[in-house]
Design a protein around this ligand. Structure first.
Ligand code: NAD
Ligand code: TYD
Length: 352
């Protein structure tokens, strides 16, 4: 029975949903949330569980190897769920080195510290790396899907850094017999997602009457999964996943960017009580992302068959819930988009 769990990146989008689920569902497990609180980390995302007796927050940076070693020696974790990362492809294009540092070096620091405290007895320990489907590259034929056996072919600095960290996790399993699991998930959406990602960016811009920047022709395809369903999958992989295995997680829910933006615009018009077509009038086609992957699509049959996971929400229902959350939490949005982020956004947008 694992009872001292480290979750990294728990103040971010997906991490906050994972921390909430684990803190509430496993009162016997002591959970430490380690997060550097970068621009993407926000303690407001998990304020509801901040006082829970089985929960503790530690501010710290996974790129600081000496700090990570000390933390593992002091805390003696027997499980790790590692989500902390630089996560946005556009930022990885303008600042690749931060991605190498956090995603590759940071993951290596965690693996090394875990190996040091677990090396005499790996029994009952587990290092779980939460990764992305982007490591598999870009699909070009409609009949193709990413399987767990699909060779890695990352195309962006972000996906290359995540592929690097996945390889390190497998290397520690193979070389040091560290118990590990990896999951590779498709695009998440839902409450608390930082508004640099497609859906919250569009919601925020519609609310503010700003242009909706669609990259290229909007033909790129992504598979969308509600974040709470990803958190449920992470729970299952952590508790039931087989040592050394990989699980793909996805929503069987592919959308072309332009179609999802139009759907979002229609729902926003209805929710904001404005004439149909108002939000879509803000769509602006802008210069394409460099090296833009055409299509991601996950075959999630393994986790469905072996662990019994399946998505709980239809996409339209998840989208309504997400929009309702952003409408009810405009203060959250205003706080995180003020100041430095706004300057960053304006500078990126003016370059397109
Ligand atoms: P996010 O950017 O919202 O959150 C990342 C969190 O990591 C933030 O709280 C940030 O403060 C923290 N962090 C960043 N650098 C750190 C460092 N050096 N030390 C400690 N903490 C640091 O990301 P997210 O969208 O929640 O993604 C979480 C994980 O899931 C990532 O590993 C990502 O690769 C993976 N993933 C994301 C998606 C998606 O659609 N968002 C899909 C599949 C997999
Ligand atoms: P994003 O949310 O950044 O996720 P990822 O690049 O990891 O899939 O982008 C989703 C898709 O939307 C991707 O094809 C790029 C596109 N996109 C836009 O067209 N405009 C935008 O402003 C953003 C942020 C993304």
């Amino acid at each position: 029975m694992k009872n001292k769990l480290l979750i990294t990146g728990g103040a971010g989008f997906i991490g906050s949903h994972v921390v909430r689920l684990f803190v509430n569902k496993y009162p016997e497990t002591n959970i430490v949330n380690l997060d550097a609180l970068t621009y993407a980390g926000n303690l407001a995302n998990i304020s509801d569980i901040a006082e829970a007796p089985n929960y503790r927050f530690i501010k710290g940076d996974i790129t600081d190897g000496a700090f990570i070693n000390r933390l593992f020696q002091e805390e003696n974790f027997d499980g790790v769920i590692h989500l902390a990362a630089e996560s946005h492809v556009d930022r990885s294009i303008s600042d690749p080195l931060s991605f190498i540092m956090t995603n590759v070096v940071g993951t290596a620091n965690l693996l090394n510290a875990a190996r040091d405290i677990w090396k005499n007895n790996m029994e009952g320990k587990l290092f779980y790396h939460v990764s992305t489907d982007e490591v598999y590259g870009s699909l070009h034929r409609p009949e193709d899907f990413f399987l767990e056996t699909t060779p890695y072919d990352p195309q962006s600095p972000y996906s290359a850094s995540k592929a690097g960290s996945d390889h390190l996790v497998r290397a520690y399993h193979n070389t040091y017999k560290m118990p590990v699991v990896i999951s590779n998930c498709s695009n998440n959406y839902g409450p608390n997602q930082f508004p640099e990602k497609l859906l919250p960016l569009m919601i925020n811009n519609i609310l503010k009457g700003k242009p909706l920047p669609v990259y290229g022709k909007g033909e790129n395809v992504r598979d969308w999964l509600f974040v709470v369903d990803h958190a449920r999958a992470i729970d299952m992989v952590y508790h039931q996943g087989k040592n050394g295995e990989t699980y793909n997680i996805g929503g069987f829910n592919e959308w072309k960017n332009i179609d999802i933006v139009h759907l979002l615009c229609r729902v926003m018009d209805r929710k904001m009580g404005q004439a149909e077509g108002s939000a879509a009038g803000l769509i602006a086609y802008v210069t394409d992302r460099a090296g833009h992957d055409l299509r991601y699509a996950i075959d999630a049959n393994k986790i469905m068959k072996e662990l019994g996971w399946e998505p709980s929400l239809q996409f339209e229902e998840g989208l309504e819930k997400t929009i309702d959350w952003y409408l009810a939490n405009q203060k959250w949005m205003d706080e995180i988009t003020s100041g430095a982020y706004q300057q960053y956004y304006d500078s990126q947008y003016s370059e397109r």
